[in-house]
Design a binder for this molecule. Sequence first.
Ligand code: WT7
Length: 690
Amino acid sequence: QTMATSSSDRRLHHVESGSGRMQRLNAVVLGESIASEEDELVFPSEGFSEQALVSSHVQMYKRSIEDPAGFWSEIASEFYWKTKWGEEVFTENLDVRKGKITIEWFKGATTNVCYNALDRNIEAGNGGKIAIQWEGNEPGHDAQLTYSELLEKVCQLSNYLKDIGIRKGDAVVIYMPMLMELPIAMLACARIGAVHSVVFAGFSTESLAQRIVDCKPKAVITCNAVRRGTKVIQLKDIVDYALVESAKNGVLVGACLTYENPSAMKREETKWQDGRDIWWQDVVPKYSTTCEVEWMDAEDPLFLLYTSGSTGKPKGVLHTIGGYMIYTATTFKYAFDYKSSDIYWCTADCGWITGHSYVTYGPLLNGATVVVFEGAPTYPDYGRCWDIVDKFKVTILYTAPTLVRSLMRSGDEYVTRYSRKSLRILGSVGEPINPSAWRWLFNVVGDSRCPISDTWWQTETGGFLITPLPGAWPQKPGSATFPFFGVQPAIVDEKGNELEGECSGYLCIKNSWPGAFRTLYGDHERYETTYFKPFTGYYFSGDGCRRDKDGYYWLTGRVDDVMNVSGHRIGTAEVESALVSHPQCAEAAVVGVEHEVKGQGIYAFVTLVDGVSYSQELRKSLVLAVRHQIGAFAAPDRIHWAPGLPKTRSGKIMRRILRKIASRQLDELGDTSTLADPSVVDQLIALSDF
Ligand code: WT7
């Protein structure tokens, strides 16, 4: 409570000092020296705040903390509920000492997310508005669907799924590229109460099989192939192998609905299993374009999305219907200052949480026009993003620091060649955005005119937890600024003591919010152990964080064994287990190292089986093993031969030392005397290629 008040007071101060100021204020000079990054304030451009959605954020935030039930039920009332919730808007127990961890919002109320995203917006008169503006891999290849057309397509697929026996509560795995059919498939599941689990189409057959075995879907929805840039990826082949693999593990999937993507591969060339495989285009269009909605309890599951943790086994993050719906819609609206005239583009893939919350659900619940892009952002050249922005007059662009850094390196001419004058808001997600990338995005892409919403959140949180609200307060390049409505962060020390004021430590959240995940599928114990046991009474994010003297939050990256590579979350243990699956690898230890474009690169120390000698070919085949086990995005950047690994006497690998060797900070190795065999450090240094 005290913290909430003090941070609101600080905001008030900033808004007052911020209003009416000129565009930019560069590094503030404090005394003799130039103050650090923390002192650089970027004020909203002139006129922005006057039109911004949020002007009374201090009062709104205060209310959301003092009366969360009232705050969220008022917002929820703007949506359609078949039956309303009772007295208790939410219940929560985040304290393991008090028993099972539970979070429930709007329990007992019934609704449907698909109905709220489509039917409700159509009934409000927006049936003719474009819902999805699709852009294909090749420039000039595009298509669009209005809200009414989207609803018809969704209903046809819903009817088909019902016809093949899919019922409320059944799981459906979706393994598709960014075609319109991907959000259509998600919404069709939501309409009939099926639980979708989208697997990013960059995951390998092994990873797909692992997820299928875990959630046992009644059907898989896929597409035969996709073109990304100049590459063709045969998705159906990957699914075929995964289904064979899952069958070996006792999970038989009866139906594989396959969308024919003729721009990538003809149907005649696609491998086929009669009885199991069905062409989408042959069956789905035959069904009725209307479909009754399945009314669901707010706490029924909406989807499962697998994400990486600190062990090799991915976690099935489970989100439920009511709270997730309200939270994604509300965060989208406020963090992007959404107006009905906006054209919104999020460059994320629906295979990740960003694509769930901020390509599909959040924007469509607001009746927005969403750009869905199939291709690669650098194909045919580095100007593609700005070409798309100009083509569709995109007003809100939500992207990732890794893409910003890679475009930044390719030169400003690719950007300035295009007008970009439609842009009014920029967004960033996936990892901390370094101040120089922030400034480039702000100055070059946004012509110093567009606020940047650097949104901090996670697969687990469903939606933004710490984010700027455009125009509401000044920004600091590289800071996610302040908590969203209803969110009470706590920065704690190792012992779990909450720190006050200016501090750094582990980022936790003290309360529940509607979009929080409710469990890990089939493993509530792991849910409690990973997120609620490290610091009693709090949700632990796994991130480090600093709060500066003005109350701004600065995320500093993961503090667990999870890496962040190009905004993709990858567990070190997953890569290690992929490496040791290679017959010539005896042991592996993986660490993340700083990487100019990817944020973090993957650095692997590998001990070979006795008698095997080092070679470039072996390096390649080890990398290939990881591509096969996880996917290309998890391929190690470096393999460092290790005759032995630095271990304590109890056999624990000392990653701290490996991280220093990997980042070439040999003078910072620290105390190596506790190692079982300190000489391995010298051997590793001798074998490094720097
Ligand atoms: C982890 C969550 C949330 C959608 C994309 C990734 C890092 C994410 C930010 C940001 C600093 C960020 C955190 C977090 N992260 N956004 N704006 N500033 N760090 O979702 O795969 O669940 O990964 O990504 O480390 O814990 P995810």
